[in-house]
Design a protein around this ligand. Structure first.
Ligand SMILES: Cc1cc2nc3c(=O)[nH]c(=O)nc-3n(C[C@H](O)[C@H](O)[C@H](O)COP(=O)(O)OP(=O)(O)OC[C@H]3O[C@@H](n4cnc5c(N)ncnc54)[C@H](O)[C@@H]3O)c2cc1C
Length: 421
């Protein structure tokens, strides 16, 4: 059986970033990263809307995001490894009601955010008023102000993964792609070699993993499977504290899309900020290369938790639920066409929407990225690697320190996140 010091299961951004920080801190460790896909970043990392923001209501989410954004910026600007990072900003459109004011309150102390008054919005992106009848029928809040964050924008997850992967190869970390982990095998810490071990009364650990390419073992395991976590954790009785929630993206194109997309008011990139509508969790992500907008939506009640290996985006859902809202706010998008679509899963922490990073036996589990695992990926990897190295506190790239237990289960200490997209 192949033996290693550490096996990381999952080569998405969380697994790669954790392996990177572990290898940086312990250059002599023998680390193996396994993934069932043929390459890295093929899970939900490759299906993301790839927006980044530091606009969170939870203190820890803000720490994780702002540190990761600074690190990615350093990689791109100082190490000259292009991550496709563009600071086009995030623009939340809101109404003067409880929801809008709560959002404003959560964002007001975040550096680099500002209120955008209606005059400015009218001159730049909003050119018509909501039709009252349509607004009533679709339960739409009017746009009455905006909140713009400038430490935010869009990025390319495959380029971030490529940065971690190439750095890991240089540090001699091994990879085994096309390796489906079928089972975590529990062993007793003190083997008696009786059939049926481990028994209730024996201390246990993960002894090895059974995979499509044979059995591997390690001293420690990092389980970075996010939305897939339950497939390996449920059978051995570990709660992942997340549930997979399907998320879809519809790419729309056409002359009216291009007119809205190419906008030089908010940043020097000349493209629209990542824009969030006031109602029903719909957002527009600028996709400059494709001259398109990616439309995403964070629907909740009515969207089941069933997990499918290859989820598909539903055209009917777009046409009946998303398009009417989009065109109520932006009637000019009437002529837009869906030119591509895909779906994936959020690994949704349904309670507080902050990640879970905790240890059970000799396994560190990272999950519950709740729709923002790319933009927090670097810091999540630092915390995971530090926990695998038995540390209690971890310095982030930003210089701030996180008490690792705060993101765990037993001593969890986080504020609930209200701004999940
Ligand atoms: C539609 C959509 C939009 C999103 N938008 C954003 C956004 O704008 N910004 C943002 O920051 N985040 C966004 N996210 C969330 C983000 O994509 C995730 O939080 C992030 O990719 C999680 O990374 P991960 O490495 O933890 O998981 P994953 O990338 O899913 O990696 C898990 C890996 O585990 C592997 N695996 C699973 N089972 C096994 C097995 N049995 N054996 C071996 N390997 C296995 C998979 O192949 C996969 O590579 C979005 C997600 C979706 C679906």
């Amino acid at each position: 059986m192949e033996k290693h010091d550490v096996i990381v299961i999952g080569a998405g951004i969380s697994g790669l970033s954790a392996a990177y920080h572990l290898a940086k801190r312990n250059p002599d460790l023998d680390i193996l990263v396994v993934d069932k896909a043929k390459s890295y970043g093929q899970g939900n990392t490759g299906r993301s809307a790839a927006g980044f923001r530091d606009m969170f209501s939870s203190r820890i989410n803000h720490m994780l995001s702002s540190s990761s954004i600074s690190f990615y910026r350093h990689v791109q600007e100082v190490e000259h490894h292009d991550l496709g990072m563009k600071f086009v900003g995030y623009l939340f459109l809101a109404a003067n009601n409880d929801r809008g004011r709560t959002l404003e309150k959560s964002m007001k102390n975040i550096p680099g955010t500002r209120i955008v008054e209606m005059d400015e919005l009218r001159k730049t992106i909003i050119d018509s008023k909501l039709n009252a009848e349509v607004a009533g029928m679709l339960s739409l809040d009017p746009v009455e102000f905006g909140i713009f964050g400038k430490n935010c924008g869009v990025i390319e997850p495959d380029l971030i993964c490529n940065f971690y992967y190439s750095s890991l190869k240089e540090m001699n970390v091994k990879f085994s792609f096309g390796t489906n982990v079928e089972k975590l095998i529990l062993d007793p810490l003190k083997k008696l070699n009786f059939p049926g071990e481990p028994f209730l009364w024996q201390d246990k650990h993960v002894g090895s993993i059974e995979t499509s390419n044979g059995e591997f073992s390690a001293e420690k395991y990092i389980i970075a499977m996010d939305a897939w976590s339950n497939t390996l954790l449920d059978p051995i009785g570990i709660d992942s504290h997340q549930r997979p929630k399907k998320r879809q993206i519809f790419q729309i194109s056409g002359p009216s899309v291009e007119k809205l997309l190419f906008n030089d008011h908010f940043s020097s990139y000349g493209i629209l900020p990542f824009t969030i509508l006031p109602s029903h969790g719909i957002y527009m992500r600028p996709a400059e290369k494709e001259k398109s907008l990616w439309i995403g939506v964070s629907d909740d009640i009515g969207r089941d938790f069933t997990f499918m290996e290859e989820p598909e985006a539903e055209t009917d859902f777009y046409e009946s639920s998303v398009y009417p809202i989009l065109t109520a706010y932006f009637p000019q998008l009437n002529d837009s066409k869906v030119t591509s679509k895909w779906a994936g899963y959020y690994s949704y922490n349904t309670i507080d929407k902050n990640p879970f990073i905790f240890r059970t036996m000799n396994a560190v589990i990272v999950t519950g990225t709740s729709g923002s695992g790319i933009l927090k990926g670097d810091a999540i990897g630092r915390v995971t690697a530090a926990l695998a190295g038995d540390m209690e506190n971890v310095p982030l790239y930003s210089g701030e320190t996180i008490n690792i237990g705060d993101l765990g289960v037993a001593r969890r200490k986080v504020d609930a996140e209200h701004v999940v997209l």
